[in-house]
Design a binder for this molecule. Structure first.
Ligand code: DGJ
Length: 568
């Protein structure tokens, strides 16, 4: 904290301002002692456990927090909420009531560095303190050079000095409110601020409340397909950098098919200009921009990681079908550009989609390719999030799920999400144990009708899942949405499944040799308490249609554990 940092940008009470005058390390120490004295902070300081990091388990990538794998049951705050401590005050308890364990939270370059070189982390520290008090973890979003394609969160000293901090230009040479990704001044200024943030987190965040960081937000070019400044034009007519070409050659056989087809159609050349390698057309503008955005972000992440090596990711605004580069925020970490981003930004650990379209499963599938771990930092807020979350963890070994503008959740979204996150919290140890081994699946109605039955092959069985008719209101006067059905299934042992979800009827058939007919030996509902199964009712008779199927009552989120047997 710099003494002469301008005051009054946000409402830090005077009392806390005094605390902020201490050095971060002393502040952290004082805060840690205070929290330990109240018993709020877990006794796991940096000395005991390594910082949050990623590790592989089978085909899955897990986020390790406090030495143990962790699932992010998250929610992302609306853009402006975390700019005010006062505004946030009533929100924290609401987030706890939703059963979140993590808040995805914007941090703003303009507030952190209101004057060049003078950093003020008071707001960040306060968010960390509040999160600790509420036993929540944080995933900060670095709103800096770009937020939804624009540069609205750049500090005033950047915005008002176009000479030093150039902008992308349109064909007429006019600047856009988009910092140019071709400027060394731009990237250096952003990276310096980000490095300062990460250095501060390293010093202040002793108990690892912050578990990952998103670098920038929804990078993209719009309304033009590329920067037309003189510097960009010069690079565009020059050769495709060797780093990109050698990545493409090394990964030739595993490139994302929709990207590979562009290179193939242009003749699979290995040397040449952008248009020679990828053909003339807007797709080449987009690939060119994606490379330069990725290089910029890589530099920012690199300097940040040099200070504090947390997992880092970027997010993408998705495209409408048929839209052309320039008509949507182009060149972000979109599915068809994943290879370019991976080649250009090796410091970025994974690429994430922000899903505001109804076909969530299609998008998640697209991001679960080439070893990219699935983390959904944003999904349009609504009742259906409750089943989307179960599906995403069950089907895609996800690190986390997080509806956007979580503080605006109202009924029935809030009750449904809280119930779904409760199920996920109970199942977390099992999910983590079975990730990456082909022992889990997710169920979610897909297609226009949202009712088509689904077939799951797991643990030597076929599970035929049908989704139920509209349920009765789960909250008086509020109809649960028709599409609200789905869940996840874990093959926990021979002939045994644990299933969580709602609105499903599941029948079983065998895929392995032996007696052909499958019966239900036992089906219990129950809860996991500290990872231990605590059975409730034994569901025979009407609840399983006399042993013919499992049923998950619509409007409720339940866990059932079933044992199967075979007969002739
Ligand atoms: C996606 C962005 O990443 C968010 O910051 C926010 O602007 C939402 N869109 C609004 O829907």
């Amino acid at each position: 904290m710099n003494e002469s940092a301008p005051q009054g940008h946000y409402s830090v009470p005077a009392r806390q301002r005094n605390v902020l005058r201490l050095t971060p390390r002393i502040t952290a120490l004082v805060a840690a002692c205070a929290l330990m004295a109240t018993g709020v902070m877990p006794a796991t300081g940096r000395q005991q456990t390594p910082p949050p990091h990623l590790r592989k388990q089978g085909t899955a990538t897990q986020l390790v927090v406090g030495g143990k794998p962790f699932l992010v049951l998250g929610g992302e705050l609306g853009n402006s909420s975390s700019s005010s401590i006062e505004y946030m005050r009533p929100i924290w308890p609401k987030l706890v009531a939703l059963n979140l364990n993590t808040v995805v939270i914007p941090v703003y370059w303009e507030q952190i560095e209101p004057t060049e070189g003078r950093f003020d982390f008071g707001l960040v520290d306060e968010m960390i303190r509040e999160a600790r008090q509420h036993k929540l973890r944080l995933v900060p979003l670095w709103f800096a050079s770009w937020k939804n394609s624009m540069s609205c969160y750049a500090p005033a000293w950047v915005k008002t000095n176009q000479q030093r901090f150039p902008r992308a230009e349109d064909k007429a040479g006019r600047g856009m409110e988009i910092l140019s990704s071709f400027s060394k001044e731009n990237v250096d200024a952003d990276a310096r601020a980000f490095a300062a943030l990460m250095r501060h987190l390293h010093e202040f965040d002793d108990d690892h409340t912050v578990i990952m960081v998103q670098v920038e937000n929804e990078i993209g070019m719009i309304p033009d397909s590329r920067d037309r400044s003189a510097g960009a034009n010069k690079l565009f007519s020059g050769p495709v950098p060797t780093e990109l070409m050698s990545y493409l050659e090394r990964h030739r056989d595993t490139l994302i098919p929709e990207f590979r087809v562009v290179w193939t159609d242009a003749g699979l050349k290995t040397r040449g200009s952008w248009e020679e390698i990828f053909g003339p057309g807007l797709q080449t503008d987009e690939i060119f921009m994606a490379w330069h955005f990725a290089r910029y972000v890589n530099r920012v992440a690199e300097l940040g990681k040099a200070e504090y090596k947390l997992p880092m990711f970027v997010n993408a605004a998705l495209t409408r079908p048929g839209a052309l580069p320039g008509q949507y925020p182009s060149a972000g970490p979109l599915p068809h550009l994943m290879d370019v981003w991976r080649a250009g930004a090796p410091q970025i650990d994974f690429l994430s989609p922000d899903i505001y379209f109804p076909n969530l499963a299609d998008w998640v599938r697209k991001y679960h390719r080439s070893g990219n771990p699935v983390f959904i930092p944003e999904v349009g807020l609504g009742p259906v999030n409750a089943v989307q979350a179960l599906y995403t963890f069950g089907q895609h070994d996800a690190i986390g799920f997080s509806p956007f503008s979580i503080e605006s959740a109202v009924e029935p979204t809030s009750s449904l999400l809280a119930a779904s996150y409760d199920v996920l919290a109970q199942l977390t140890p099992l999910i983590l144990e079975h990730q990456g081994k082909g022992e889990m699946a997710g169920m979610l109605p897909e297609g226009a009708e949202q009712r088509a039955p689904q077939r799951v092959l797991l643990g030597g069985y076929i599970l035929d899942v049908s989704y139920e008719r509209p349920p009765p209101p789960s909250v008086p006067g509020v109809q649960t949405p028709e599409a609200l059905a789905g869940g996840l299934v874990i093959a926990t042992g021979p002939d045994e499944f644990v299933i969580g979800g709602t609105g499903m009827v599941i029948t079983f058939a065998a895929t392995t040799p032996g007696d052909p007919i499958v019966g239900i030996l036992s089906a219990y509902e129950g809860r996991y308490v500290n990872g231990q199964w605590s059975p409730g009712r034994l569901l025979n008779g009407d609840q399983t249609n006399q042993g013919r199927h499992l049923r998950f009552v619509p409007g409720r989120f339940d866990i059932q554990r079933v044992k199967l047997y075979r007969y002739r």
